[in-house]
Design a protein around this ligand. Structure first.
Ligand code: SAH
Ligand code: SF4
Length: 357
């Protein structure tokens, strides 16, 4: 007897659900309803799908698997940032952060910072996730599930709540889980789903060169942030080991190609530490970024136990920004959010695992 493996419901597109429904003898409109319950209304169980009768739900349940992420921990920072530790079905845990930015006259902005892998193979010197090494890629259902479950939880307090922006800046390297990340973006963008604009989603990468160019071709609408952190190969090698494989010259060439294809401005992330925030470092950035359409975002590094990384003092950061600004490079210092709840990637998980052992 062949036992059919169940398909992860939260990872299915509307078309895939239509195909499955056709195969199992259910009408097309059931698939459309199902997609909306899952992707728009963010329900966490079959019983909550009120417009689908019990017998159809049972039929669907034998083919489709619905797993909602289990909230292990939630923390709220003084500035309103919320951080969640979610447990996946195999017991692994991932982090996810919701940032509420200042309300504008027209609309609120609610940004979710999503994880794409458990652990990370890149191993950056300052990063809590990198310290743990790579465990596995997240599935589409697990990536989209983070946004769905946050939506579900917040809607318990505020039924109108809508996530407006996504940043792929949680745990893991999104471009090393490329297909799943791109399909997740399609689902999050779907108009019968959460309907989050392509231009409101940003992928952050430590510099997987071939995938940067591929991304420009596959989805020129989605935003790109490049974690640059250093403008010289020797310094960057010491912070991001992957720089040995894809050195700055190749990375910058890929960035040029990205802007040629997409006409979009890249955000260059620079986490400032005691080793990369001198005046000479700033001057290196000026040389590297001349002629590149982009914006530099300075972030004082979040000290992570075990990395030995320290942040520079505010005056050094200010001077660094000034050098870039005077050279005509668009630059800002990222508002620090959620520092009191260890909102930097991977920190909550490490803290939690530390308490268990
Ligand atoms: N792997 C991707 C996306 C996840 S990390 C990447 O590296 O871009 C998201 C951002 O957080 C990156 O810019 C990363 O360099 C930064 N980051 C990681 N740990 C940090 C820390 N301790 N302090 C400040 N920024 C950190
Ligand atoms: Fe991986 Fe990004 Fe952390 Fe580097 S900063 S180890 S690429 S998650």
């Amino acid at each position: 007897m062949v036992i059919m493996e169940k398909v992860e419901l939260r990872g299915c597109s509307e078309d895939e659900l239509i195909e499955i429904c056709q195969k199992i003898g259910l009408k097309r409109f059931r698939a459309v309803q199902l997609f909306q319950w899952v992707q728009q209304k963010a329900v966490r169980s079959w019983e909550d799908m009120k417009t689908i009768g019990k017998s159809d739900r049972q039929t669907l349940n034998t083919h489709l698997h619905l797993y909602a992420l289990e909230k292990v921990r939630g923390q709220r920072s003084k500035d309103g940032t919320r951080k969640y530790l979610f447990r996946l079905e195999d017991g692994q845990t991932i982090e996810c952060v919701l940032m509420d930015y200042a309300r504008t006259k027209t609309r609120d902005r609610h940004t979710v910072c999503v994880s794409t892998q458990v652990g990370c193979a890149v191993g950056c010197a300052f990063c809590a996730t990198g310290l743990e090494g790579f465990r596995r890629n997240l599935s589409i259902a697990e990536i989209v599930g983070q946004v769905l479950d946050i939506t579900y939880y917040i809607r318990q307090e505020d039924p109108e709540f809508q996530v407006t922006n996504i940043v792929f800046m949680g745990m893991g390297e999104p471009l090393l889980n490329y297909d799943q990340v791109l399909k997740s973006i399609q689902l999050l963008n779907h108009e019968q789903g959460l309907n989050i604009g392509m231009r409101r989603m940003t992928i952050s990468t430590s510099g997987v060169v071939p995938k940067i160019v591929q991304l420009a071709r596959d989805n020129p609408q989605v935003g790109l942030a490049v974690s640059l952190h250093a403008a010289r190969d020797d310094v960057r090698n010491s912070l991001i080991p992957m720089n040995r494989r894809y050195p700055l010259k190749e990375l910058m060439r890929a960035c040029q190609e990205y802007t040629q294809i997409t006409h979009r401005r890249i955000t260059f992330e620079v986490a400032l530490t005691a080793v990369n925030a001198r005046r000479e470092d700033a001057e290196d950035f000026v040389r590297l970024l001349k002629g590149q359409l982009g914006h530099v975002n300075l972030i004082p590094v979040n000290p992570v136990v075990g990395t030995g990384m320290e942040r520079p003092d505010p005056v050094t950061i200010k001077r660094f920004a000034q050098v870039l600004d005077e050279a005509g490079i668009s630059v800002s210092s990222r508002e620090e959010r959620g520092t009191d709840i260890n909102a930097a990637c991977g920190q909550l998980r490490r803290q939690w695992e530390g308490e268990l052992t």
